[in-house]
Design a protein around this ligand. Structure first.
Ligand code: SF4
Length: 430
């Protein structure tokens, strides 16, 4: 059966390879899952995929190796637990990522993220865009994820009148990384959605197909973009749906127990066990973090110790190097057509050579310049930039190595590295 890729994209589906194996990405609102939702995802993976899931840096989850015949049923199984893949790929408002560092204010950020998800996800008014449109909500500036969004919302204050947010606009990575700029400071929530809608509409009207908002910004500049957005806002101020979505009650986080998932790859059976742990000892929530780990929020007496014990029994005692290191990856050429390198394998080999002193740093590797693992925001970032022919006729990847020290993006400190040269550099990382 030939696959109409374009038609499938808006439903969160990409073609993985020439054999028409498919990837489907499910939006996890704010990265928070209930145990029932986690079990449904595990069931889909076991029935239609290979029992292995990929956690993304935006708090979503990807199934790989699906066949076209499975897509409808997968959609039904997701809908049955209040999840959707609609708009997870293609020209749409993508999944709302949220509070990736679980900073104080997590519940405020989660509440907003879930209201935004309900407003934008599957809403045809926000589909048919020139390219993807990414929104994040963060509780504070830790992690700097606001810099890489089309609209990055940062909770900055709680006042008697309500919550206040900074709005950053037109950021993105890819071939031409560009940090977002501060579009408006200390906005109340009521004014936020009007701005967001206007920005999405201006993006749709003024940007050529295939280009992100950052392209429009480069073309017309900050001042003109502000003028257009102000004019597009009109008098009507939309009001966000105040209900928390999908029966998940988001509370302030007092304590976190983290399971380090190396390279964002988790078996469906493990996810099932995690769901049970969250049910028994947590607040019935699992959080997919931007570092591609799973976080639990202990609830009740002795819950933290019980969670740790449960994780240890599942092989997550936190003692292995692969659990301790924070190494984000994209699927690379394991599962992505754009991939120029075997990211997961290289991350594994990098782990073998990293000095112990470097394990506290954050690492990220991307299989191409699209930079889905956000290497420019890691302490040590690796971007696969090309494949070069070598003597025996094979083509081998070349890498750029990034280091980040300030508040902006990391910068390339070495380019055109072979894997051997890359590993040599990593073995000396301080
Ligand atoms: S960075 Fe490139 S290889 Fe990796 S997932 Fe994104 S598009 Fe695919």
């Amino acid at each position: 059966m030939s696959v109409d890729i374009q038609a499938l994209r808006i439903n969160g589906v990409y073609r993985q390879n020439d054999n028409d194996d498919l990837m489907l990405r499910v939006k996890i609102p704010g990265g928070l899952l209930s145990p029932v939702q986690a079990e449904a995802i595990a069931a889909i993976s076991e029935r239609f995929s290979n029992g292995i899931l990929h956690l993304t840096t935006r708090g979503s989850i990807e199934f790989h190796w699906l066949r076209i015949e499975a897509i409808e049923e997968v959609g039904r199984m997701l809908a049955a637990v209040g999840l959707t893949s609609r708009g997870a790929c293609g020209g749409a408002v993508r999944g709302i990522s949220c509070s990736t560092t679980v900073a104080p204010g997590f519940s405020v950020a989660q509440g907003l993220a879930r209201r935004l998800h309900r407003h934008f996800a599957g809403n045809p008014h926000f589909e048919g865009l020139p390219k993807k449109f990414k929104i994040s909500v963060d509780a504070g500036y830790n992690g700097a994820r606001h810099l890489i969004q089309d609209a990055g919302i940062v909770h900055v204050a709680t006042t008697e009148a309500g919550e206040l947010y900074d709005l950053w606009v037109a950021g993105g990575l890819g071939r031409e990384p560009q940090p977002a700029f501060l579009f408006a400071a200390q906005l109340p929530e009521e004014q936020l959605l009007a701005r967001l809608e206007a920005i999405v509409n201006i993006y749709r009207q003024h940007t050529p197909a295939g280009k992100r908002l950052k392209h429009l910004l480069r073309e017309i500049g900050e001042e003109r973009l502000r003028e257009l957005v102000t004019a597009a806002q009109g008098d009507e101020v939309p009001v966000l749906n105040r209900g928390i979505g999908f029966n998940l009650k988001v509370t302030d986080v007092q304590e976190v127990v983290e399971a380090g998932i190396f390279a964002g790859q988790i078996a469906s059976a493990t996810l099932r066990h995690f769901a049970e742990l969250a049910r028994r000892y947590g607040n019935e929530q699992l959080f997919v973090s931007a570092d591609q780990n799973i976080l639990f929020f202990p609830a009740g007496e002795g819950a933290t110790a019980n969670l740790r014990q449960g994780l240890t029994a599942l092989g997550f005692a936190g003692a292995r190097r692969d659990e301790q290191v924070n190494f984000r990856i994209c699927p690379g050429d394991h599962q992505c057509r754009m991939g120029l390198s075997a990211t997961r394998d290289i991350a594994g080999r990098a782990l073998d050579v990293l000095p112990d002193a470097a394990l506290g740093l954050t690492f990220a590797i991307s299989g191409c310049v699209n930079s889905c693992s956000q290497p420019q925001l890691a302490d040590v970032g690796i971007v696969t930039t090309s494949r070069r022919a070598v003597e025996n006729g094979e083509r081998q990847p070349r890498f750029a190595l990034y280091r980040r020290s300030g508040e902006g993006f990391g910068t390339a400190v070495a380019t055109e590295l072979t894997e051997e040269e890359l590993l040599a550099q990593l073995s000396r990382i301080a």
